[in-house]
Design a binder for this molecule. Structure first.
Ligand SMILES: [Zn+2]
Length: 78
């Protein structure tokens, strides 16, 4: 049984869950495989990863709604 490769859309849809490790190992492996081959999704993933690290560093739990909205905006513009 061969699964069809993930599309960029699939990857982006699950990217946040993937970075948060909220998806199962098999799905994560599929995404990793896609990221190895797809520069667009790879840089998107890197961007999200850095953003998350930054948010963590500045205290994500206490992040005010305004900051969250700003981050969302940044992500959507990217
Ligand atoms: Zn892609």
């Amino acid at each position: 049984m061969t699964k069809p490769p993930l599309s960029c859309e699939d990857v982006l849809k699950h990217l946040v869950a993937y970075l948060d490790r909220e998806i199962d190992a098999e799905a994560a492996a599929d995404i990793e495989r896609h990221l190895e081959d797809c520069r667009g999704c790879f840089s998107r993933a890197e961007f999200e990863r850095k953003l998350k690290a930054q948010v963590r560093a500045t205290g994500a739990a206490a992040a005010p709604e305004r900051l969250r909205a700003r981050i969302k905006e940044m992500v959507e513009k990217f």
